[in-house]
Design a protein around this ligand. Structure first.
Ligand SMILES: [Zn+2]
Ligand SMILES: [Zn+2]
Length: 490
């Protein structure tokens, strides 16, 4: 047993609901580290997940149809073979996508697989999985749209914060274009920007889109009504009733599951491949971080940013901090880094000696883009959002530069000191000796000419002042010179 499949099943697998998750959890619990050899009878699964035995089977097949589970043909489990043939359960391979693991984790897993003679896990044999359809399992894909609306409606009112709530907005949003584009009649704004149009439909249920359509054209309204208005009518499909239902104001204020922020998809597409492969769902924390940046989060002191600003921010953080290199499987950030991972503490503000290898690119990026270095929350790495250069940053930069300059200067001086100290001392000794010798020579010479006492001293002083002018004392630094002079005269 390995924790990866369990963590994946518990938190990351695209599940329709808790019941399905419980069944998947029960399955992976007994499976291999890579998701292989998951087999438990429907009876056991039913017991663990507290569902009907038939439900357990149906749920497994539903997961199979979505690619979450795959029937495993090859196996070599003596445990399974020991089960009487008629009672042998299906062996499932739990299709944890290759991209879910970090590069280092995947390298480790593939190493273990190689030891067992299994082919490596790749994005090809373990592709990314689509989001789970909203609750109410129905495998008929043709009727997805109306079904989705109905489901979204139910979730919006019952569980705004739940897990399915976070999965449904994306496809719902994503699926929105067709109705918006189908409206041919109104030549004004609905057609000018497809993406905005989507949001008009998806965000303001029955408000902007509905009001507009009502004012302009009946046909347009009917087309959109089928979408936006489905919420109000339980039976759904008929267009006329739903149009009349959509008009009352209250429809606009009803709660709905959290939508992706406008521009989310644009930001999503710019996410480095090493973090998440194109078209796959983002790690929840990263998704939340992006939405916080796009929407702004007053409570967290995060101002709103445009998608372009968020993308620039992502790139600055990711590439600016060499994250692509640091997240690579062959990166060694410390001597405990191996292909399979690293057990050292992570590098942080508190722990500068920690390992700077990035073990989980998604969570690293989520933290990196939310991190705000400048105390001004409106500062986008030196530029005030919607304004010019950040004065706080400029001041901070100047302070840093000044501090760095002083530090560099001090260091240079100390290095120079250490280097020149020896030679300076020798030069000073020589000079002092020369000075004394000169003075002695002069005194002798002058004494021979008959000078003595104060007059002799006066002549010597005057001469030596001239001599010192011509032969300056070598130590330029007063403190050191003073100390040496003291030593010399002692
Ligand atoms: Zn390390
Ligand atoms: Zn700033």
């Amino acid at each position: 047993m390995s924790l990866y499949p369990i963590i994946w099943a518990a938190e990351h697998a695209p599940m329709v609901d808790a019941e399905e998750r419980a069944i998947l959890m029960a399955l992976v619990m007994k499976g291999d580290f890579d998701g292989l050899n998951c087999f438990r009878s429907y009876k056991t699964l039913a017991k663990v997940a507290r569902v009907d035995e038939k439900t357990a089977g149906r749920r497994c097949r539903a997961m199979e149809s979505r690619g979450v589970l795959k029937r495993q043909e090859k196996h070599c489990s003596p445990v399974w073979e020991a089960i009487p043939e008629k009672q042998r359960p299906v062996i499932w391979e739990v299709m944890i996508p290759a991209e879910w693991w970090s590069a280092a984790q995947l390298a480790d897993i593939n190493e273990q697989r190689a030891n067992l003679g299994r082919v490596p896990i790749t994005p090809e044999n373990r592709p990314a999985l689509a989001d789970a359809p909203p609750k109410k399992e129905r495998s008929d894909k043709g009727t997805k749209r109306p079904k989705k609306k109905a489901a979204g409606e139910g979730e919006g009112t019952t569980s705004p914060g739940g897990d399915p709530g976070t999965t449904s907005p994306h496809p719902q949003d994503y699926k929105s274009p067709p109705p918006g584009l189908q409206v041919p009649q109104p030549s004004e704004s609905p057609s000018e920007s497809p993406s905005e149009n989507n949001h008009a439909v998806a965000d303001a249920v029955g408000n902007g889109a509905g009001g507009f359509a009502r004012a302009t054209s009946g046909a347009g309204a009917a087309g959109e009504t089928g979408e936006a208005g489905s919420g109000s009518a339980a039976s759904g499909t008929p267009k006329l009733p739903s149009q009349t239902k959509r008009s009352p104001r209250p429809a606009t204020t009803k709660t709905r599951p959290r939508q992706e922020s406008a521009g989310f998809q644009m930001v999503r597409n710019a996410i480095p491949v090493a973090v998440a492969r194109p078209g796959t769902r983002l790690y929840v924390g990263l998704q939340r971080a992006i939405n916080d940046l796009l929407d702004g989060n007053l409570a967290a002191g995060i101002p709103r940013r445009s998608p372009e600003q968020v993308i620039a921010r992502i790139n600055r953080r990711w590439y600016g901090e060499d994250a692509d290199v640091r997240a690579a499987a062959d990166y060694r950030g410390c001597d405990r880094c191996t292909a399979s991972g690293c057990s050292s503490a992570r590098r942080s503000a508190d722990d500068a000696d920690g390992c700077d290898r990035i073990k989980n690119p998604s969570s690293w990026l989520a933290a990196a883009i939310i991190a705000q270095d400048c105390p001004d929350p409106g500062c986008e790495d030196g530029l005030i959002i919607g304004g010019g250069a950040c004065p706080t940053c400029r001041k901070r930069r100047e302070e840093h530069q000044e501090a760095a300059r002083v530090a560099a200067e001090t260091r240079t001086r100390w290095e120079a000191d250490a280097e020149t100290y020896g030679s300076q001392r020798a030069a000073l000794d020589t000079w002092t000796a020369a000075e004394k010798a000169e003075e002695r020579r002069l005194r002798q010479t002058l004494a021979e000419t008959g000078l003595y006492g104060a007059l002799l001293d006066h002549h010597v002083q005057r001469h030596m002042t001239g001599w010192r002018d011509r032969n300056p004392q070598p130590a330029p630094r007063a403190a050191q010179g003073g100390r040496h002079r003291q030593e010399a005269s002692a």
